[in-house]
Design a protein around this ligand. Sequence first.
Ligand SMILES: Nc1ncnc2c1ncn2[C@@H]1O[C@H](COP(=O)(O)OP(=O)(O)OP(=O)(O)O)[C@@H](O)[C@H]1O
Length: 610
Amino acid sequence: MAPTPTSAKGNQVQIRTPQSRHRLNFSSTKNTTTTTPQASANPNSTTRETPPQDHPIEVIGRIRNFPNTKEKPISVLQINPDKRTVRVRADVGYRDFSLDGVSLSEEEDLESFYKKFVESRIKAVKLGEKCTIMMYGPTGSGKSHNMFGCAKQPGIVYRSLRDILGDESSDNEDRVGFGTFVQVTVLEIYNEEIYDLLSSNGGAGSGFGIGWPKGSASKARLEVMGKKAKNATFISGTEAGKISKEVQKVEKRRIVKSTQCNERSSRSHCMIILDVPTVGGRLMLVDMAGSENIEQAGQTGFEAKMQTAKINQGNIALKRVVESIANGDSHVPFRDSKLTMLLQDSFEDDKSKILMILCASPDPKEIHKTICTLEYGAKAKCIIRGPHTPMKDKFGAEDSSSAVILGSRIAAMDQFIYKLQMENKLREKERNEAHQQLLKKEEEVAALRAKLEMVEGKGSTVVSEQVINSKVNERTQTLKLQLEKKLEECQRMAEEFVDMKRKIMEETILQQQQEVEMLRRRLEEIEFELCHSREVRSSRDFEGSSFAKRLLGAYADEDPGMVKSMDLDMSDAEPFVRIGAVHQPDNHLKFLMRLLIMMSSDQNMVTKHV
Ligand SMILES: Nc1ncnc2c1ncn2[C@@H]1O[C@H](COP(=O)(O)OP(=O)(O)OP(=O)(O)O)[C@@H](O)[C@H]1O
């Protein structure tokens, strides 16, 4: 993203951006051959022709390989064939970052990486340069792996020691540095405190000098004096193997913790300071703690959160320092954290160079952390150097080179601005495309939603039919049961009715029988009576004739012309008297009256009026 630094002539230069009012002094080396770290770092680079001292921070991307998992997702990182640009593919669109170099650990092991990007800087330290190599990146991205290595391959720390002091175990060319004397200090910055990792190391008597304060059983806490840790213990010696062993031992003393992102996550920043007093060279190797935030680290609990916050304090302060310098702020907040206090010299010392190694993961899950890391590196790359004081030519006139430098810097910034504008345009285009895609997707979603609603509607009809069916079945069952009950009841009633009918019939029959019996008895009585009446009639015949005679006599006495004839009929069951009355009505009535009186006195007589 940042332009390639442009050339600088002159002995005194400083880090600053074009707008910068904050001047950081850097001395330049006139010798710009391949011995300078920058040039050798990128052999194919066009920066070979430009003096590297203009660009005090070199930023390299180191992409780790995927953790050993069965499924390897497609990497979100795409490296340009020039190995200087990395493209991060996001969900929508992508972002390009231009760095000074990119290395994939899949393609380049630690040795190749070291040779390509680090070795030249170490050689420069041996010649008296000052260099700071810092590992920056989120947790688990491989910072410690690159710095300290693993069982199979040593990391930058041990390779540097070997390169400065020479490899005593090998012959010829690796013994080049043999006899060089170094002083090594190992510091840990944890919870915004500086600890001396060598302070309780039992290396005394190991054959080389160790200058730790007496009586310190555990890690000693150090104060910062100026820009250095006061009273820091150091190992001094000439043998890379022995010093490496000591460093290896104390490296284990770093505070590590298991987090969501890394099983053995460094909770502290580790700083290994390697001085070459004979030439004034200094190498600072900084393995920073993960740049993740509290949520990403999955820390819970007040103390754990405070710890992550304090780790972040160093990271954030360093970020602010880089931004301030890049923005040309008048004040650079070096004193905001212990880490930046100790690194102040690396930024300000005119002999110091910084190699920032951005560690990142190709894992799509880590994409946001990767982008943050690369953004940070891009910002660091913006730091360029400018002239400290106007220089004079041999005639005492102001050297026009400062104007040339300014001009070239302005051109570089113009180029940078143009690049940003292009990127902006690209983003806008991507944004529009994304917007179109979004609209399309929204339409699709609306169509799908409508379909879903339809299906849900049908579903509800089906459901309601099912409900109705089940209710009908239920009702049918209930009705069936009721019907069966009713049938049983009817059956029972019919049986009861038949019983009752039978009883009534029986009773009727009995009654009729009784009646028949009664009638029979009555018949007998009647027969008896009939018999008796026959007997009586025979006696009555007589009584009848006398009665008739009396009646006739009576009539004759009374009114001889009234009665014409009178017959007594005894043939019937009921004997009667037939009277032939005369035609005078008055007499007739009289006669009837008399007859009635007579009859009432003789009850056996029945009178029929003819
Ligand atoms: N390039 C690589 N090749 C093989 N293994 C690697 C690589 N990079 C990292 N690892 C492994 O991944 C794990 C995490 O790496 P490392 O501890 O170096 O991460 P880190 O960035 O230092 O994390 P933290 O900030 O939490 O300390 C380690 O087990 C390490 O060995």
